[in-house]
Design a protein around this ligand. Sequence first.
Ligand code: F3S
Length: 427
Amino acid sequence: MGNGMFLTDEEKKILEGEFGETLQKVMKTVVLYGQTFGAKRLVKLDGPVHLVTSFGIPMLTPVFEMMEELIKSNIKAQKPFTVDPRPLDYCNVPVNILKKLVFKVMYGKQKDYEDQLRAVGLKDDNAFTCACYLPEVGNIPKKGDILAWAESSAVVYANSVIGARTNRNSGIIELMSGILGKTPEFGFLTDEGRRATWLVEVKTSKLPNPQVLGSAIGMKVVEDVPYIIGLDRFLGTGLSEDTKDYLKDMGAASASNGAVGLYHVENITPEAAEMGRQLLKEGYKTYVIDDEEIKRVINSYPIMWKNINAKPKVCFIGCPHLSLNQLYYWTERIVKALENVGQKKLKITTILCAPPDVIDAFKRDEKSYNRLIQTGAKITYICPLMYMNNPLCAKEAVITNSNKLRTYSTARFYLDDEILDRIVRGY
Ligand code: F3S
């Protein structure tokens, strides 16, 4: 089954079934996947995998069966892994009885699936987040590390902001790779695959909203690699905490509004800082983003609400999950905005989504945590998209500052300032 792919003796033995039928299937899957993309060999992983499938939807029967087979054969990932967010949190995202019934059917296998994840190597019970690379969570790759991740927002962050190397793997392939400790070498794992075919010139008069900039880039370059210039005018050089947060949100939008898995930002991201415009391939295309273009992109978003004048019922902030820095930022902004109008509580149910470990860290700062909670805002660890996947929730007027959530659900997008005004004034 070599088919153009070099395999070591040990890999061949696994493929021939010398280490059991289940491991043989795992190897077969990864090799076939690699062959599909023209990989010439498997390479060793340097860090844990991050899984995209975090929810126990009963119709995922083949996944549950496969997990059962792995568990029976005593096979697990070589390094403890992280996984995308949990779907439900009735304490902080309360729902009525009808919605609960639907959720019970939708995520009826959640507990069983989480047991399976633990058995095959889940890091711990807090390991459920799409922002696994945040310091509090601890699945933090180093520059140059070879990885096999699947969640698009995490893949684009690891590749671009950290300079690690991962393809945007299909769900379950990342688990198979984690078990073998190896992944096929192609695409973003190669120097050539990391070069840019687009020069994106940001010529706006002020720092654009990251979610809109990412969306504009994603819609234009789709799955290509952009080299972005002009952001250092506003962000400075290098990677401060604020810049990392900005790039996290920009990347997630580019990955969901298009399929960007890697971008370079001049004088900011590690490979661009090192190699500069040498990263651009000959014959690259150019895309200029100015104030007009940002406006055009925002105006192009369809409104999916039945009644476009409905009063919002829920607001989600934090898709991808918020960093600790961003939780403080939103706390400050919400508290100040309420003070400015002499009000104590928000008028719209506002839910901030963050990794469980980040929430724990924030709660340890009781003063700040209480300041936020007293405004009526809630903090949860769920993925808001999994909430919106409930058809009854999808009918509600939900607002968000996330372009990923807007793209994949009926939620309506607003810029941060508008979101803040709306949750304070209730419109
Ligand atoms: Fe994360 Fe869910 Fe958004 S996985 S990026 S919070 S859609």
